[in-house]
Design a protein around this ligand. Structure first.
Ligand code: ATP
Length: 250
């Protein structure tokens, strides 16, 4: 049997602030998976993903992105990855189209293909009617969608999103979910944190739950139910039970 290709491997990933935020975390996400990372507030999700995105140096551990050691070769790792923060930053004076062209230019993308990709992204996110308006007057949800489009314009293979659906109306959330599902169908890997458990339940191939910076369980919805000895419990009920019984941070 051939081993499944991995999109992300974390081994012993550790980060301490005044206390341990991420505690020797081991996590494997396979290529082509939609993986939902869940955890209570303060569990260490954002800290983990910020280390993966190269925005925060770990105290210890290994981060491999499609086999590339992200701590030794951060540029190569970033080239194949997208990071969408829960507090997106875009350039207000640019229009969405100009912003995407600018980002594509930074990645050294071919301008003609980047233009096609930019139009496709703005269309699929429902931003086509606003693509020539400056971003400065945009709502929070519109800005979030522009940031997402910017993160995807260089066609990353691994897409990491921190709470991408918070603050989006139902139509915008559907656009974002549709776009992410299309990327997974085309072979990309998506890793997403969310507090909207219904989304994880419906969209994720596998779900991981973090508490006090450690992975306390993971699996498909069916596997999680089996682990909990339940047959048709909702993810919300399992999540609450898991998190309430989890050990506290060291
Ligand atoms: P949420 O669901 O609320 O976004 P989270 O799982 O993303 O939570 P993190 O933001 O990773 O949690 O925080 C994990 C722990 O690390 C928390 O105790 C938090 O207070 C702490 N922490 C995170 N960033 C910093 C920082 N820059 N300085 C000090 N402590 C921090």
């Amino acid at each position: 049997m051939t081993a499944r290709a991995t999109a992300l491997e974390l081994r012993g990933l550790t980060k301490r602030f005044d206390r341990l935020a991420v505690d020797a975390l081991d996590l494997t996400v396979y290529a082509g998976e939609f993986y939902a990372l869940l955890g209570a507030n303060g569990a260490g999700k954002t800290t983990t993903l910020r280390m993966v995105a190269g925005l925060l140096p770990p105290d210890a551990g290994v981060i491999r992105i499609s086999g590339i050691d992200a701590l030794k070769d951060p540029v190569a790792a970033k080239q194949i990855m997208a990071w969408v923060s829960d507090e997106p930053m875009i350039y207000d004076k640019l229009t969405p189209l100009e912003y995407l062209e600018f980002i594509a230019g930074l990645w050294g993308c071919d301008p003609a293909s980047a233009d096609v990709a930019a139009h496709e992204l703005l269309n699929s996110l429902g931003l086509a009617a606003h693509m020539h308006e400056r971003c400065e007057g945009f709502s929070k949800g519109m800005r979030q969608k522009v940031a997402l489009a910017g993160a995807l314009v260089h066609d990353p293979k691994l897409i990491i999103l921190d709470e991408p659906l918070t603050g989006l109306d139902a139509v915008s959330a559907r656009h974002v979910k549709g776009l992410l599902q299309a990327r997974v169908r085309s072979g990309c890997t998506v890793i997403m944190t969310t507090h909207i458990l219904e989304v994880a339940e419906r969209m994720a191939d596998r779900i991981g739950v973090i508490a006090a910076g450690r992975l306390i369980t993971e699996g498909t919805l069916t596997e999680l139910r089996q682990q909990m000895g339940q047959t048709d419990t909702s993810l919300e009920e399992m999540f609450v039970a898991l998190v309430e019984n989890a050990p506290a941070a060291a």
